[in-house]
Ligand binder design. Structure first.
Ligand code: BES
Ligand code: MN
Ligand code: ZN
Length: 458
């Protein structure tokens, strides 16, 4: 208040109107005792939805992060009372924006002070309610951070065994964890998954995570965890191949989600399954022309060893429904380049045999800003996966590549309500935005946490 004259004057001079994404930084404004005052544009706050509040928190954090000291963020949009949930959303956005992956940086760049915001306090009416609302968001953000770090980690540091070990750490938050190795999977007849991993010197793993926050039929989430995808014998071009360290983003999401649900003690029974393999070319690698037998008994002709994610998911999905009889199965996979051609990086591809589940996922996507867009399934597309020598082939060619991949998966789900999210465009290589500066954005954790919270908790 003491500086309001100086602030008004500065706003006029700088033409600062409070548009979203803008800010005005005032050092020692005349009239008061403030060292520094940063005005953050919030846009039309009366029209803001939940995700806008989260983004506002992220934008505020970015403006304040270079200030090394502790900062108080005062939420005072003109004429609008801020609710506990909105304040907590701002805090969530700030937390998500604060994530940095610098594990491999041993030196600071020239000109980097290394100062980071030491503490961000938020001043708001009813802070106890806001703090309570933040606690569950904080748990979810822990899950997002975990998923981001798994995706960002270098592939020599994170093969299937190391990934499985990271899953086992979820025991600390109360998740039950089982790990199957090559031998155990071989006994179960998982020839599709094992065929992908057989060219790697690293073992393959299937990890089963369980959070029992309630009784009843479990919900199931299944993730593709190809810790590195060279393409195998159908090898990928060198250009950009390093990005294939992120080909486990589906598994990272499932792991982060399990962490989030357990940490916030969600009242629900959930199974998370991740299929972990490394796809390498080798004297022992599988060949185009090979025929493998999946756990379901169905045989698959390998046309292209680079269409490996669906082979991993085929056995993981089959195992999941046979063992757990889940209420639904949702799988996440960086499955096809084709989905990026169709939807870019703005929407994940959604495929489902169930309109209700599909609508729920779409709504959760809108609420969290992790958007999905449904694409069709039909018998004509399914037919494109028929093989002349086996029950099916693993590649249907270039046309409708994201859809035929989903049709392949559907041959392993029977009548279980099922949705497949192709996150090749959204799960890695993210453009920086208000709430994420990381290459691995942790896509799907907030989306699926929201789906569970809105429809499936006791
Ligand atoms: N992991 C890739 C898909 C991918 C591509 C994810 C780019 C993220 C960025 C997947 O295993 C793959 O190689 N798919 C092939 C399938 C084809 C051989 C039928 C593709 O999309 O080209
Ligand atoms: Mn591939
Ligand atoms: Zn892949």
């Amino acid at each position: 208040k003491a500086s309001s004259g100086a602030v008004r004057a500065a706003m006029i001079t700088a033409k600062f109107t409070g548009k979203a994404g803008t800010a005005l930084d005032l050092v020692q404004p005349r009239g008061g005792s403030l060292d520094r005052l940063v005005l953050i544009g919030a846009g039309k706050i009366s029209a803001a939805n939940e995700h806008d509040w989260v983004k506002l928190g992220g934008a505020a954090y970015s403006r304040l992060s270079s200030i090394g000291d502790s900062v108080v963020l005062i939420l005072e949009p003109e004429g609008v009372a801020v609710t506990a949930a909105q304040a907590a959303d701002v805090a969530l956005g700030a937390r998500l924006a604060s994530y940095v992956f610098d594990r491999y940086k041993t030196k600071k760049k020239d000109g980097e002070s290394g100062d980071k915001l030491s503490k961000l306090s938020i001043q708001v009416e009813g802070h106890l309610a806001a703090r309570k609302a933040f606690a569950r968001r904080d748990a979810v953000a822990d899950g997002v951070d975990l998923a981001r770090t798994l995706v960002n980690t270098a592939p020599n540091h994170l093969g299937p065994p190391e990934f499985a070990k990271r899953c086992e750490e979820l025991r600390d938050v109360g998740v039950e964890v089982e790990v199957l190795d090559d031998k155990a999977m071989s006994k179960l007849g998982m020839g599709a998954l094992l065929g992908v991993g057989q060219g790697s010197v690293r073992g393959s793993r299937l990890v089963i995570m369980r959070w029992k926050g309630a009784g009843g039929q479990p919900l199931a989430f299944v993730g593709k965890g190809v810790t590195f995808d060279t393409g195998g014998i159908s090898i990928k071009p060198a250009q950009g191949m390093e990005d294939m360290k992120g080909d486990m983003a589906g598994a990272a999401c499932v792991t982060g989600l399990m962490h989030a649900l357990a940490a916030r003690k969600a009242r629900v029974d959930v199974v998370g399954i991740v299929g972990l393999v490394e796809n390498m070319p080798d004297g022992n690698a599988q060949r185009p022309g090979d025929v493998v037998t999946s756990m379901s008994g169905q045989t698959i002709e390998i046309i292209n060893t680079d269409a490996e994610g669906r082979l991993v998911l085929a056995d993981a999905l089959w195992y999941c429904q046979q063992r757990f009889k889940p209420k639904f199965m949702i799988d996440l996979a960086t499955l096809t380049g084709a989905v990026m051609v169709a939807l870019g990086q703005e929407n994940a591809g959604l495929f489902s045999n169930n309109d209700d589940l599909s609508a729920e996922i779409t709504a959760a996507g809108k609420a969290t800003g992790e958007k999905v867009w449904r694409l069709p399934l039909s018998p004509e597309y399914d037919k494109m996966m028929d093989s002349t020598v086996a029950d099916m082939k693993n590649s249907g060619g270039r046309y409708a590549g994201a859809i035929t991949a989903a049709q392949f998966l559907q041959r392993f789900v029977n009548d279980v309500p099922w949705a497949h999210l192709d996150i090749a465009g959204t799960g890695m290589g993210a453009k920086a935005n208000d709430i994420n500066k990381s290459w691995g954005p942790g896509f799907g954790v907030r989306l699926l946490d929201r789906l569970v919270a809105d429809h499936y908790e006791a």
